[in-house]
Design a protein around this ligand. Structure first.
Ligand SMILES: CC(C)(COP(=O)(O)OP(=O)(O)OC[C@H]1O[C@@H](n2cnc3c(N)ncnc32)[C@H](O)[C@@H]1OP(=O)(O)O)[C@@H](O)C(=O)NCCC(=O)NCCS
Length: 178
């Protein structure tokens, strides 16, 4: 069912509308949404899923459902969103995880897989993450995903660090004759 990629502990697949209950446990949690302007209510969850279904169709990417293989459960989202930042289109890796599962490296595992998927499947030379300076946990995930802070930006009215990771240069081929 719309599987995008698989890691040791996780599967990322496209969202379906019936994910709403499980997603509400993530995006309607006040602690998880601490750095966002507002919690997402039930209608908002539905719209959130629909927005990502549109992204899959229009951009070929979006936030994907994070499935914990061992439990067969949907536990959050991680994926790639096409964002308009400071007059250019950039592809952002984003993630939200159910709170009882924090601190096990799951978001890092998903984010690294999205970076590898992005560089393999998109014609981009860099991938970004937009993170509030106070969101230390998310910043740590970005760092372990190979990202560094590129600059500070005003994003939707709030100060954010714009993290970036560049595509690894292709290994130089030896010139013929060597
Ligand atoms: C950000 C988030 C996805 C991280 O998920 P996770 O699976 O717990 O992440 P990991 O276990 O891979 O790594 C978390 C890191 O934060 C650290 N951390 C955990 N709790 C922390 C806290 N309260 N304060 C500071 N750092 C913390 C962990 O120690 C780990 O870093 P380390 O490996 O260097 O020790 C999760 O916390 C979350 O859903 N947050 C709310 C949503 C959000 O802010 N998303 C990002 C928007 S930009």
């Amino acid at each position: 069912m719309g599987t995008i990629l698989e890691t040791e502990r996780l599967v990322l697949r496209e969202f379906v509308l019936s994910d709403a209950d499980a997603l509400a446990l993530v995006l309607s949690d006040p602690e998880t949404m601490k750095y966002y302007p507002a919690l997402i209510d039930r209608d908002g969850i539905q719209q959130w899923i629909e927005r990502n279904l549109r992204r899959y169709a229009e951009d070929g990417v979006g936030l994907w459902a994070m499935m914990l293989k061992a439990a067969g459960e949907m536990i959050g989202d991680c994926g790639i969103i096409r964002q308009h930042v400071e007059a250019e289109y950039l592809y952002e890796i984003g993630y939200h995880l159910r709170r009882d599962l924090w601190g096990q490296g799951l978001a890092t595992e998903a984010a690294i897989a999205c970076r590898e998927w992005g560089f393999a499947n998109l014609k981009v030379d860099r991938l970004i993450s937009l993170i509030r300076p106070e969101n230390v946990q998310s910043g740590r995930v970005a760092e372990r995903n190979g990202m560094t802070i590129w600059k500070e930006v005003d994003w939707r009215g709030l100060r954010h660090y714009l993290y970036v990771v560049k595509r690894e240069p292709a290994p130089k081929l030896l010139a013929q004759g060597y």
